[in-house]
Write a protein that binds this ligand. Sequence first.
Ligand code: C5P
Length: 413
Amino acid sequence: MDNVLRGKNIIIGISGGIAAYKTPQLVRLLKKSGAFIRVVLTESATRFVSELALATVSEERVYRSLFPPADTTGTDYTRHISLGEWADAFVIAPATANTLARLSAGLCDDMLTALFLTLRPGKPVMIFPSMDGQMFLSPSVQRNIAILSGQGCRLITPESGELASGLIGVGRMPEPESIVSSLEKALQSTVPSSPLCGKSVVVTAGPTREKIDGVRFISNYSSGKMGFAIARAASERGALVTLITGPVYLETPSGVKRLDVETAMEMHDAAKSCFKSCNIFIGAAAVSDYRPATSFEGKMKKEKPEIELTLIKNPDILAEFGMQKAPGQLAVGFALETHAGLDNARNKLSAKNLDLIALNFFDRNTSGFEVDTNILTLIDNEGLTTELPQLPKDDAADKLLDLIEQLYVKTRQ
Ligand code: C5P
């Protein structure tokens, strides 16, 4: 991989959370990659990390106050402007709840917040919220995150794990190595002005499990690979991605907010809460069409020679979104077929009121469930059909998103 960091001007903004203690290491890694670094701290960040340490590793003075010392001369008074002009990217890590609130409100009473306003358009702003899990999930913090995402900032969902309080939850700042790799991707992105940048994209992925009893379920072979590839590709284009997934064994793509569910009803509930706010809904999950009418407590005994299982229909999540989507919202689905694929896919496109459907055939070796490749035929709501060759699922996801971008721009014209 080319070293995209070499020669780049990066500002690291540090606010006052415990994770600030990791930032000298972040600065060192970036310096090693050949980037030029300037560090900006909030007042409370200085409680967690020393200015001297940061000045030493960055080999530059660090900035905090908007007001330079009294003996300052020349352009130092307008450093917040010249630094904003200088920067190729602004990384705010850790971003506390307080700093998120101040950034989203447009306050500019210290160097970090003022710089946020002077950064030149199109330069990536990567914000790494880091705080207690309950604080992170609070409506106020989520609102501020949504505002900043809507402005095109890349909000990186914190990691889950042990928090400073000793509690387990979401809120940990990613390790410096991971921040560096997110920054590399942001700077490398070939589509910096993707129409998906800052837009809310919801992806369903994986199978669902429908409980027969406490230890058995009905499910399917879906691995979740296609949905995860779509979530990754959308996130790389700057979208704010929520991935609602059934049980799978896959790593969450960087920057993606993941909601784990088990049953179709749980997936339905999670998805419904995103219907109004999302710009694009992509149903890549293999949702079980039916669930047992009743589920036995504990383990069912094999006493009878024959048993009957009554199944009832699950809600069709994608169709529900398709039916109630507002103008400008996009609904995208998949059709996994074993025969009469084109006809079935076209019927689903219209029955579910979709904008785009990706048809794939079930073939154990090349496409559909479990395998790493897919062969998609994309059909849009005007009947335009695009046949893709066999591609790795990551590449198929990129092609799908290229078309989604075009449709999204069209529906908003
Ligand atoms: O009707 P069929 O199951 O083939 O439709 C597939 C599409 O609909 C997929 O995009 C799938 O994610 C979505 N779907 C859904 N909820 C269901 C069934 C399918 O969202 N209950």
